[in-house]
Design a protein. Structure first.
Length: 575
């Protein structure tokens, strides 16, 4: 067992010397021995709660992490933080809390670590915003850190087919269209989500779980096993041991998270047809390290990365299938064959990505993971767009769409919020060929940058997913499919061009050439800007969402809420 010098670790401030006798008395009160008090104190942070299946298994998994920490000479201190689960928050006012919760998670983990002077961090997360929030805290604190995903849900079975919660959202659209009965909808909702774990497709949670491995913060293949699998405990124990090894070697989160490792992560998002939300979260993680890795940079990586992993919502398979096919290590091995991976990036094992990939002995199965030489498409499953309608950029998932489906031109049908759009879709008060515009849903103007899965799933359920397009300054769920463009910036609240659109304006979306434009010239825009009545008022005039709206920066920078690593004047570990 390694002997650690407490005199150079943050926990010395609460455990060492006569002046800390009161602090130690609290620790004795919790049953710690003298030996345990004088070992490194390791934060084991979870997002456990009873809100949704994504988080329900994290408390159990944390116990295996603590065993690993103890085994390797540390004293684990478990704590929890919040989550807002998008599947529960979707389609109503609750979704405004989702993105703000990412910041709250990072903030609360930071405050807990600082307040109690913990020396390193193992973070467990299971839901869309809790994954980036936990990783942001690691990079912000720059402590030795290991991330572990809680695991995905098992697929449900309905009428002989695998199903996910995406199928339930789309069934609501079919139900509205009269294509299925109350009884059929109820039968599906009862079987779609049969276990603990996060949504099973390559939606935001699994996308960011893949990112955690690709970026190097998680142990190889640790993100793959579904939440109910007892084998997850072995990854938990190994993560506890790994963080102690990182502490011994003084390998910190920013030694792992670099521009190169961020590029590796973006590659994995692209080739798996991952969630557009990665275009928000990767810049936010970079920001914590003082790095500029904006939406444009992410999309440049997407542009020349083949799409070769066949996962829902654009494809056929779920996270369990990816795991059984070899998981992220096999995916990254394929990327390496094409020279698309930076191999010298350090990982949570203390070894480099290249060294880890040398240990992978499985090949692409040709079913879930295609060989990179014969991809599903030559470019990534997620595409960045720019033009006079989105000067700061926008993003769209094209995984599973054919080339001719990736260009759309039509008249605008403008809605001032998601509810108005959903009601119009529900009433079929829109026309084939239109571009539905949902504005005032950006980070500041929403506030909260809501996801629009209820609306997009209803369109798909009505069989109209390919017959209309949708653009918004808000976001889309990783489960969204169809020609749906999110993150349009600047947002309407900042008088971006989307604020100035009117019904009938001709909009062109060209995902092949990366264009999002409207048939208006500068004079048209200036005239409309002069007549613009100003930002839409919201009902959030106080509280956490008001605070978020005041602080949040532009979408293309990650919708972050503080100055980031570039403004730092101290290093937490060295205080």
């Amino acid at each position: 067992m390694t002997k650690f010098d407490k005199n150079i670790l943050p926990s010395r401030h609460v455990t060492e010397g006569p002046a800390r006798a009161p602090h130690r008395s609290y620790m004795y009160a919790m049953g710690l021995s003298e030996d345990e008090i004088h070992r490194p104190l390791i934060g084991v942070a979870t997002c456990w709660n009873e809100a949704a299946p994504c988080n329900i298994a994290l408390n159990r998994q944390a116990q295996s992490v603590k065993m690993g920490v103890k085994e390797a000479g540390g004293t684990p201190r478990e704590f929890t933080t919040i989550t807002v689960t998008d599947g529960i928050a979707m389609g109503h006012e609750g979704m405004r809390s989702s993105l703000a919760s990412r910041e709250a998670i990072a903030d609360t983990v930071e405050l807990t670590m600082r307040g109690h002077c913990y020396d390193a961090l193992v973070g467990l997360a299971g839901c869309d915003k809790s994954l980036p929030g936990m990783m942001m805290a690691m990079v912000r604190l720059n402590v030795p850190s290991v991330f572990i995903y809680g695991g995905s849900i098992l697929p449900g079975r309905f009428e002989g087919k695998d199903v996910t919660v995406q199928d339930v959202f789309e069934a609501v659209g079919r139900h509205q269209a009269g294509a299925n009965s109350d009884e059929e909808l109820k039968a599906l909702e009862k079987v779609a989500c049969p276990s603990a774990g996060a949504c099973g497709g390559q939606f935001t949670a699994n996308t960011m779980a893949c990112v955690s491995e690709a970026i190097g913060l998680a142990l190889p293949n640790s993100s793959g096993a579904p939440a109910p699998y007892e084998s997850r405990d072995a990854y938990g124990t190994a993560s506890g041991v790994a963080v102690m090894n990182l502490l011994d070697g003084n390998i910190r989160a920013r030694d792992v998270v670099t521009l190169k490792s961020l590029e590796n992560a973006a590659r994995v998002v692209a080739c798996t047809g991952g969630s557009t939300n990665a275009g928000l979260h990767l810049p936010a993680i970079a920001h914590e390290a003082g790095l500029e890795f904006f939406l444009d940079d992410v999309c440049e990586i997407f542009k020349d990365t083949p799409y070769f992993v066949d996962l829902k919502p654009g494809g056929q398979y779920v996270a369990k299938d990816l795991y059984e096919s070899g998981g992220v290590p096999v995916v990254m091995r394929e990327l390496r064959k094409a020279g698309l991976i930076h191999e010298d990036c350090i990982t949570a094992t203390g070894r480099t990505i290249g060294e880890e990939l040398d240990l992978v002995d499985r090949e692409a199965d040709g079913r879930v993971i295609y060989p990179i030489e014969t991809p599903l498409t030559e470019t990534g499953g997620v595409v960045g767009l720019k033009g006079n309608l989105a000067p700061q950029g926008a993003i769209v998932k094209v995984a599973g769409m054919s080339q001719d489906e990736q260009v759309f031109s039509g008249p605008a049908r403008v809605f001032e919020c998601e509810e108005d759009a959903f009601e119009a879709v529900k009433a079929r008060a829109y026309k084939e060929g239109e571009v539905l515009v949902i504005r005032n849903e950006g980070p500041s103007g929403g506030p909260g940058m809501r996801e629009m899965l209820a609306t997009t799933a209803a369109l798909s359920g009505q069989g109209m997913g390919k017959k209309v397009a949708l653009i918004t300054d808000g976001r889309f769920s990783g489960a969204t499919r169809g020609f749906c463009v999110g993150h349009v910036g600047p947002e309407a609240a900042h008088c971006g061009p989307i604020a100035l659109l009117q019904d009938g304006d001709l909009i062109t979306i060209d995902a092949i050439n990366g264009e999002l434009s409207v048939a208006l010239n500068e004079e048209d825009f200036e005239a409309r800007k002069a007549a613009w009545p100003g930002p839409k008022e919201t009902i959030y005039a106080s509280g956490a969402l008001w605070k978020f709206a005041q602080l949040v920066q532009e979408t293309y920078k990650g919708a972050v809420t503080h100055p980031g690593g570039q403004a730092e004047r101290h290093v937490y570990m060295d205080i």
